[in-house]
Design a protein around this ligand. Structure first.
Ligand code: ADP
Ligand code: MG
Length: 362
């Protein structure tokens, strides 16, 4: 059992200055504490044949669907909860990464010729698992939309408690999606089986954290790398990040390191490959902060890379994505000769503007 309750842990973080006191966040804690208490004290899976025969496991409580605007502290609250729930049968995973795992599992299951490829995959996930915490649930892909309902049902029926964060209320999930009518029963299901809580904090803490912070580092030396690593930890709460696959015009585009709406990539990862406007728009749509490391000085021989970089910055700019970058030089000196060098001035100016304290997605 945990030593202190979640409200006590939260209050201690406020007292030591790690967190600012936020009544809207505090209001979520009793619900999470109930779940924690239940998970820590209830033997939901009686071991042994007799236990299984004579004692039906107690029905788990409703999970929590926590939604609200960006930077409100949803991921922070979920992490506080999962870290401080003293059971081992728990998993915290980014929703995208999880769905990709499910699709891979189903692909493998189909090869064995099973009728329902989802059932064995869900069973394998639920085995020895009591708590599943999803960060950033969003449904943009029809293949996810068509299986997520049955997946949740199977997991919950297997006794798994689900906690999830999202930027949208359930009724806005998969909004305007293809064949959305087939998805609507899942929305009802969520409302029945999970407690829906709107985190109505007025504060965007992510924006606060970046306010006035240096976000463009040149040269891209060890000090820049260290500063960026610290920012990554601060924005994501620490961790390695996970790959996220975006489907663009039927092709897969993989962002290798994503966590908590923050993606981290090198210049060459994004601009050294034949990515185009559609790819960069998809990236800008998918993330709130992009950390782009090691932007080099570009020459006439790098026309393609320079052109892609211009397109990337335009996409980020339009979508108001926060850019944190390390570069060989100041924006104005990144591409001084070569086709389009004159137009690059606009890109440099945008890079300047995006360093502004109030720049960023809401
Ligand atoms: N009450 C708070 N005081 C200070 N920082 C906070 C507070 N709540 C959240 N943060 C920080 O603000 C950033 C954004 O919070 P996060 O949980 O990632 O938001 P969300 O998941 O809602 O987008 C994180 O770095 C987080 O640690
Ligand atoms: Mg989050």
């Amino acid at each position: 059992m945990g030593m202190s309750t979640l409200p006590q842990i939260y209050d201690a973080r406020v007292a030591d200055g790690t967190l600012r006191p936020d009544p809207a966040q505090h209001a979520v804690l009793p619900r999470l504490e109930d779940l924690r208490h239940w998970l820590e004290t209830t033997d939901a899976r009686p071991k042994g044949l007799l236990g299984g025969l004579f004692r039906k496991p107690p029905a788990p409580p409703k999970g929590l669907y926590l939604w609200g605007g960006v930077g409100r502290g949803k991921s922070m609250l979920m992490d506080l909860f999962t870290k401080n729930t003293a059971i081992t049968a728990k998993r915290r995973v980014h929703f995208h990464a999880f769905m990709q795992e499910i699709h891979h599992g189903m692909h493998a299951a189909r090869k064995t010729g099973v009728d329902d490829a989802l059932a064995p995959v869900a069973a394998a996930v639920a085995k020895d698992l009591r708590l599943l915490a999803f960060d950033e649930m969003q449904i943009t892909d029809i293949t996810d939309a068509m299986i997520v309902g049955r997946l949740f049902q199977m997991l919950m029926d297997a006794g798994v408690v689900i906690v999830t964060t999202s930027n949208r209320p359930p009724e806005d999930l998969y909004k305007n999606g293809l064949n959305r009518a087939l998805f609507l029963p899942f929305i009802d299901f969520l409302k029945q089986r999970m407690e829906i809580h709107h985190l109505e904090s007025p504060n965007d803490y992510r924006q606060h954290r970046l306010e006035g912070a240096q976000v463009y580092f040149s040269p891209a030396d060890a000090a820049a790398g260290a500063a960026i690593a610290t920012m990554w930890d601060d924005l994501t709460g620490g961790g390695k990040g996970a790959p996220v696959k975006l489907v663009v015009n039927g092709r897969d585009l993989v962002l290798e390191q994503v966590q908590n709406g923050v993606a981290r990539a090198s210049f060459w990862d994004l601009c050294g490959r034949p990515n185009g406007a559609a790819d960069f728009l998809a990236i800008a749509e998918a993330v709130r902060v992009l950390i782009l490391e090691n932007i080099p000085r570009l020459s006439a021989a790098n026309y393609n890379e320079a052109k892609r970089f211009v397109t990337l910055v335009d996409a980020l700019y339009e979508a108001k994505v926060r850019l944190i970058a390390s570069a060989a030089d100041i924006p104005e000196r990144l591409y001084m000769e070569g086709t389009g060098a004159f137009e690059f001035e606009r890109t440099a100016s945008r890079l300047r503007e995006m360093q502004g304290a109030d720049w960023g997605k809401e």
